[in-house]
Each structure stands twice: as structure tokens, then as C-alpha cells.
Design a protein around this ligand. Structure first.
Ligand code: NDP
Length: 255
């Protein structure tokens, strides 16, 4: 399976590590020209180095996805580099511990923690979609994939705002899929289960064994296993797929 994105340009947010970085390397393998965006420019640059070493082409971008100006600048930079945005993977996100909410039940979340979580994980996805869609309408189409989660499908104790944000991402995905179906823009989501990244390190240290007991595969997923689904959704192989949310979770949601 090679060349699925030959000549296409792709923007990946949260591309400085984890799922975003693994997806970048898969996209590069398939011939895409990449824009790697991350909160940290250094992290984005490290991914660009890896892409270059693998024979691909990429530029590094940085900025906070909650800020309109930063997102506009990010989209403009991709268009300036490649002339268009064929594929957009809106993947930047944070976990509860990053807003000081680890282990907290709904009534224990601070207002600021709730706002930041919704800001990054929900508004950030919407802002990216908004500006990507303007460009995709102008160029005659495109593909968008948003990172949801199994937390977008079920409740998870001590993850209120994360769960709310991810349910919201799936709502945005479905709505945009309908709104832009006639504009040749497909919008889908991938819903990862427990994946080996920086985001899950702490949780796995504390209760990995218990959590893996709930996964039919009995193991975590690898970031690349998400990237392959994102590739499918960004390629012409999924030409009749829009508004869908694909679980990549080792069977977790089947229970
Ligand atoms: P990582 O923490 O490795 O990746 C998240 C990336 O998003 C980081 O590179 C981070 O930048 C970036 N980011 C965070 N906040 C912002 C912001 N405000 N603006 C721009 N970039 C930002 O974790 P994952 O790869 O695991 O996470 C990727 C996505 O997958 C997230 O949306 C997450 O919710 C989702 N997900 C992950 C699961 C898992 O088990 N790992 C399960 C289900 C969903 P930096 O760290 O440089 O600040």
C-alpha cells in the first residue's frame, strides 16, 4: 500500500508526538507533502526531521489551536507552502492531568480546568475545521479527520470535560459531513482506545493492568495503528465515507 497520498498536501495538528507524529510518518510514506503543527515548535521540528530522514517533505508550524489568529496563520502557512490543503488531521489535544483535573469527579473540576479542556479539545477542533473548510471550499474539496476517542462514545469516570469535549468533536464531525457533502469535503473521526503515547503514560503506570483487563486485545494500541486508519480516511479508498467515527480500540467498544 504505497502512494495513497501522492502529491497531496496535509496539515497535522498535535504533530509533535504520539498519534500525530506516527500519522505524519505514514502520510510521508504515502507521498504526502506535510505541515506539522504543534504547540511546541521544537516538537514539530523533530517530527519534520524524522519525515525528512524518511525521504519525505515537511514544514514545521507552531501555535495554540485555541487562538483564532494562530489557526488562521497555520492554515495560511500551509497554503503558502503547498498551494492547497488536501487533507487535515485535527488531532491536537490534552488530557485531564494537563489541566490539573486528574482523578477528579464532575463536581471537583475547577472552572478554569473545564474551560481549557473544552478550549483545546473541542473549540480547537472547530477553529481548525472552520479555517480549513474556507480553504477547501475555495479549492474545490478536501478531507478532514478529527481525533475523537472512546471517550466520545461513553462516559468515563473522572474525565467529565474530556468526555464532553470528545462527544462534541463527534457532533461537529457529523454536522460538517452533512453541511459540506455537496462541496466534495469529507469529514470523519477516528476514535482511539488506549494508545501508547505521552498522554497515557501516567494513567498506565497507575492502573494499566486494570485498564488492559477491559480491552479484549489485552494490550494498548500503537500510535501507528491510529495513523493507518487516518490514512484510509484521507485517501480515495474511503471515497463513500463521511460523517463516520471509526473506533480503533482493540475491541473495547464491542463489550
Ligand atoms: P500527545 O500528548 O503525544 O499529543 C498531543 C499533541 O497535541 C501534543 O503534541 C501537544 O503539544 C499538542 N497540543 C496540546 N495542546 C495544544 C494546543 N493548545 N495547541 C496546539 N497543540 C496542542 O498525545 P496523543 O498523541 O495521545 O494525543 C493525540 C490525540 O489523540 C488527542 O486529541 C487525544 O485526546 C487523542 N486520544 C489519545 C488517546 C490515547 O490513548 N493516547 C486515546 C483517545 C484519544 P505539546 O505536547 O508539544 O504541548
Amino acid at each position: 500500500m504505497t502512494g495513497l497520498l501522492e502529491g497531496k498536501s496535509a496539515l497535522i495538528t498535535g504533530g509533535g508526538g504520539g498519534i500525530g507524529r506516527a500519522t505524519a510518518l505514514i502520510f510521508a510514506r504515502e507521498g504526502a507533502r506535510l505541515a506539522i503543527a504543534d504547540a511546541s515548535r521544537d516538537a514539530a521540528a523533530e517530527t519534520v526531521d524524522l519525515v525528512n530522514k524518511a525521504g519525505g517533505q515537511a514544514i514545521a508550524l507552531s501555535g495554540d489551536v485555541t487562538e483564532t489568529g494562530a489557526v488562521q496563520a497555520m492554515v495560511a502557512a500551509v497554503v503558502s507552502a503547498y498551494g492547497r490543503i488536501d487533507c487535515a488531521f485535527n488531532n491536537a489535544g490534552i488530557a485531564g492531568y494537563q489541566v490539573d483535573a486528574a482523578g477528579k469527579r464532575t463536581h471537583e473540576w475547577a472552572d478554569e480546568s473545564f474551560d481549557r479542556m473544552i478550549g483545546v479539545n473541542l473549540k480547537g477542533v472547530w477553529l481548525c475545521m472552520k479555517h480549513e473548510i474556507v480553504q477547501m471550499l475555495a479549492q474545490g474539496g478536501g478531507k478532514i479527520v478529527n481525533t475523537g476517542s472512546i471517550a466520545g462514545l461513553i462516559g468515563l469516570p473522572t474525565s467529565s470535560a474530556y468526555v464532553a469535549a470528545k462527544h462534541g468533536v463527534l457532533g461537529l464531525t457529523k454536522t460538517a459531513a452533512i453541511e459540506y457533502a455537496k462541496d466534495n469535503i469529507r469529514v470523519n473521526a477516528v476514535c482511539p482506545g488506549y494508545i501508547e503515547t505521552k498522554m497515557t503514560e501516567d494513567t498506565m503506570r497507575r492502573r494499566g493492568e486494570q485498564l488492559m483487563g477491559q480491552v479484549p486485545f489485552g494490550r494498548m494500541g500503537k500510535p501507528e495503528e491510529i495513523g493507518e486508519m487516518v490514512l484510509f480516511l484521507c485517501s480515495d479508498r474511503s471515497s463513500y465515507v463521511s460523517g463516520a467515527c471509526y473506533n480503533v480500540d482493540g475491541g473495547y467498544m464491542a463489550i
